[in-house]
Design a protein around this ligand. Structure first.
Ligand code: UDP
Ligand code: MG
Length: 371
């Protein structure tokens, strides 16, 4: 099951249209899918519309409503947390469909052929205003300078496989900047390019204030480099002060100075340098504390291989009557996490002889682990 997570903040104008387009598109993808609308504390009719949409197509649509406006990133998080246990992959996309939904079938295809993260990347920004284009460009440049790994021209339009979404949700931080977090995870990634459309209805929900807040969040959540800059500036001051001091003493010796000038000049340059270095050093420690408080996972395991006997012994302990076809199990084994595979194996073991198990499943599992 693939889930589409769609954050909506005062999107009453676009929702009906968006829903129609998405339903038409979902028919094309070969995996069962659901749409999950996240109403991010809208003050207009958004939630009523979501309820109506659900009544029209109950088997495909679901929704959650947040008690207050938490912002795009947290709304996405809420959506992902809600569907993670049921989703084999999650696609996030904005409600206004500025991102081309024709990319979604390609993303799903990538996922089915073993990719874990598919980034939707804008090919060009013709439809954005000059202001937005310029600020976005400046932002990516600055992020790179600050040492944060982001995907250029990628917003929050992406597909995450179950295991990646699960790994992402292990991050405990409250200051969310998903575009920075996802590249930290690793896994097999791919980019799909598209042209971004102008917003057809409604207005942007990203005010300049929200945009700046996001940019600031991105920088301060991922980098303590600004603090290190202070340290370097301090060191630079001390270095310069050596020159200034020699010059001041020389001037004093040849008698070109007024009383008190030398001592003031010397102390101003030298002490400023020392102070900045001191702040920088304290800052380094604060930066460390900051990173520690995030309690980010130290690593994420991508694959585990165990002997098949161990898997069998696990599987024999679990008892369930659900039936799964061999091909489905192999697909799960190839596409999904170890846990999902064990669960599947446990179900299968009751129906398959050990021989068919070896003949059909083992090659699939081995192929996966050799990659
Ligand atoms: N959004 C949200 N909460 C907010 C602001 C925006 O859930 O506080 C949603 C919004 O409904 C849309 C997506 O985030 O689905 C992106 O917003 P928008 O399209 O207005 O941003 P832009 O494309 O102009 O950057
Ligand atoms: Mg938009």
């Amino acid at each position: 099951m693939i889930y589409l997570v769609i954050p909506c903040y005062n999107e009453q104008e676009v929702l009906a249209d968006t829903n129609r387009k998405l339903l038409a598109m979902l028919v094309e993808i070969p995996v069962e899918s659901r749409i999950l609308y996240v109403d991010d504390g809208s003050t207009d009719n958004t939630w009523n519309i979501i309820q109506t949409l659900l009544q029209e197509k109950q088997e495909t649509i679901c929704g959650i409503r947040l008690a207050h406006n938490v912002g795009h990133q947290s709304a996405l998080w809420a959506g992902m947390e809600t569907c993670i246990n049921r989703a084999e992959a999650i696609i996030t996309i904005d409600a206004d469909l500025q991102d081309d939904i024709r990319v979604i079938p390609r993303m799903v295809q990538d996922y089915l052929s073993g990719t874990d993260v598919v980034y939707g990347v804008r090919r060009e920004r013709k439809t954005d205003t000059v202001f937005k284009r310029f600020t976005a460009q400046a932002f990516y440049w600055f992020m790179a300078l600050m040492g944060c790994d982001t995907v250029y021209n990628h917003a929050d339009f992406r597909l995450l496989s179950h295991r990646v979404a699960k790994a992402l949700l292990c991050y405990q931080e409250r200051n969310l900047y998903l575009r920075g977090l996802v590249p930290l995870l690793g896994f097999r990634t791919r980019k799909e390019y598209y042209n971004r459309q102008p917003r057809l209805m409604g207005t942007t929900k990203y005010s300049v204030r929200k945009m700046l807040a996001l940019a600031f969040e991105g920088i301060t959540s991922f980098s303590t480099r600004p603090v290190r800059l202070i340290l370097f500036v301090g060191l630079f001051f001390i270095f310069v002060s050596v020159g200034v001091i020699s010059w001041a003493i020389y001037s004093r010796m040849v008698g070109r100075t007024v009383e008190g000038w030398t001592s003031l000049l010397v102390s101003v340059w030298f002490l400023s340098g020392v102070l900045l270095v001191a702040i920088g050093i304290v800052g380094e420690y604060i930066g460390k504390i900051y990173m520690e408080t995030k309690r980010r996972p130290r690593y994420t395991i991508m694959e585990k291989i165990f002997s098949i006997l161990l898997l069998l012994s696990v599987s024999l302990n679990i008892n369930s009557a659900e039936y799964l076809s061999m091909s489905e199990a192999i697909r799960m084994a190839q596409a999904n996490s170890y846990e999902a595979m064990v669960a599947r194996l446990s179900l299968m073991s009751q129906y398959w002889s050990y021989r068919s198990f070896r003949a059909e499943l083992l090659p699939a599992v081995n192929m996966r682990s050799e990659e």
